[in-house]
Write a protein that binds this ligand. Structure first.
Ligand SMILES: *Cc1c(COP(=O)(O)O)cnc(C)c1O
Length: 462
């Protein structure tokens, strides 16, 4: 733990280029929301004032990254930028082989198709939407093996992303290790509120998986953020660099899927990184079918360059302290105002607990979806539902999954908003909280088949 007195910090950058924002009137916001079917994913970005929908691809790149964009080698095969990326991944993450993909789900798709056979089981420390869907499309069944604390928004365990070894063992005993192509470990766990997994847990789980011959695949999308939490919360890491912690985390896994749109400070990009040669060779072959040649994987050369440089910036101590510090700043203000949020505060977002915020709404009235709509109406603040709509339906019973967590995510793009924007966001939530008892729920009037939260439409109930 850092024992030095807490003092104010400022963003470790200055702003060189600006993008003007506008705020619609209340009436215009109402119209925009109705037009979007009360789904914040369907709003036009220009109708949004402060956009906390996601931290995915919404990052501001640095001047050094933009300079790299000018050095794009747009050759169809063997681009210089591919080799730069390969080198950066090997150096900072430690995996031997690299397959670039257009974004994280491209990597998930390849890996799922290669490793998952119908009738197998893929345990994971809570699901992520695209990850689980690709596992299911490949014929696997996802099994949640995260610790129980992860499902309790009030529990203060510093590592709510940990794998529960008992749950994993129970699954192995039930179906047999040969029916488990890999254990999927996310760091941090997005759906649990950006909660980290500890190094000790990673180590212990690795030991168990080794003994059973089960592979471990890291969802490394926010692994550097996870490394930061290890540094400040786990004994023995206070004086270890983020870069070193990241390498150690990855060393306990066999492969990683990556969305560069998060930790790596780019607007598009991802990769699959592997240590097993035969799996790599299959992935390198398959990427040609779905993404593009194995030295670009659906990306332009300049995109790969920006991502390679983003890796270097992501592990910068100043950057990560400010990035997570901003999220903590908002979270702590909300806690002070008595607003129910998931605790501890996560790495990339503050999650409002919609079940407690709107206790008069049943889960089938979509409390989190409702709250996200109200925040937009209040000030043009865009957030995202992470609850029953995101959870989707059980493919066997056809009924909704009813997740314990019914959350609204205020997600912070990296290096985009200032502390003043953060203050306005907090004031918005407070204003909606004041009038919460008058808020009515929603009903779903259109439901797409896959990842319904992106395109579902709603209407107010009366
Ligand atoms: C965003 C994300 C993905 C998917 O990556 P895309 O780049 O959006 O395809 C996978 N896992 C986690 C934890 C994510 O946050």
């Amino acid at each position: 733990m850092d024992q030095s007195p807490r003092r104010s910090w400022a963003e470790p950058f200055k702003i060189k280029m600006v993008e003007p924002l506008k705020m619609l009137t209340q009436e215009e916001r109402k119209r925009a929301l109705t037009g979007a079917g009360y789904n914040t994913f369907l709003l036009r970005s220009e109708d949004v004032y402060i956009d906390l929908l996601t931290d995915s691809g919404t990052n501001a790149m640095s001047d050094w990254q933009w300079a790299g964009m000018m050095l794009g080698d747009e050759a169809y095969a063997g681009s210089r930028n591919y080799y730069n990326l390969e080198e950066a991944v090997a150096r900072y993450y430690g995996y031997k082989y690299l397959v670039p993909t257009h974004q994280g789900r491209g990597a998930e798709h390849l890996l799922s198709r290669i490793l998952i056979k119908p009738g197998t089981y893929v345990p994971g420390n809570m699901y992520f939407t695209t990850t689980r869907l690709h596992q299911e499309l490949a014929g696997g069944t996802f099994v949640d093996v995260i610790v129980d604390e992860a499902h309790d928004p009030a529990n203060l365990n510093p590592f709510k992303g940990n794998v529960d070894l008992n749950k994993l063992e129970t699954l192995v005993k039930k179906v047999g290790a040969d029916k488990i192509p890999y254990l999927s470990v996310a760091a941090t766990v997005n759906m649990a509120g950006g909660q980290p997994i500890s190094m000790a847990n990673l180590k212990e789980v690795r030991k168990y998986c080794r003994s059973k011959g089960i592979r471990m695949v890291l969802d490394a999308t926010r692994a550097v953020e996870n490394a930061y939490f290890i540094k400040v919360r786990e004994k023995g890491y206070a004086n270890v660099s983020l870069a070193k912690i990241l390498r150690e985390m990855c060393s306990y896994t066999d492969a990683a899927t990556m969305s560069g749109k998060k930790d790596l400070l780019v607007n598009i990009g991802g990769f699959l990184a592997l240590n097993e040669k035969d799996v790599f060779e299959e992935a390198r072959n398959m990427v040609v079918v779905y993404e593009g040649l194995h030295t670009y994987g659906g990306l332009a050369g300049r995109d790969m360059e920006a991502m390679a440089r983003g890796i270097v910036e992501a592990v910068s101590e100043d950057h990560m302290r400010a990035r997570i510090g901003q999220v903590e700043y908002v979270g702590e203000k909300l806690i002070k105002a008595g607003i129910p949020i998931v605790r501890p505060i996560g790495g990339h977002a503050v999650f409002l607990d919609a079940k407690v915020f709107l206790p008069h709404l049943k889960q089938v009235s979509f409390p989190a979806q409702t709250l996200a709509a109200e925040l937009y109406l209040e000030s043009g603040l865009r957030s995202m539902e992470r609850g029953i709509v995101s959870a989707g339906r059980n493919k066997e019973t056809g009924d909704h999954y009813y997740p314990k967590l019914e959350l609204v995510r205020l997600t912070f793009p990296r290096r985009v908003y200032t502390q003043a924007h953060c203050d306005v966001s907090v004031e918005t939530v407070e204003a909606v909280y004041q009038r919460r008892s008058k808020i009515k729920g929603l009903k779903m009037v259109y439901e797409p088949k896959y990842l319904r939260f992106f395109q579902a439409r709603f209407e107010p109930t009366r």
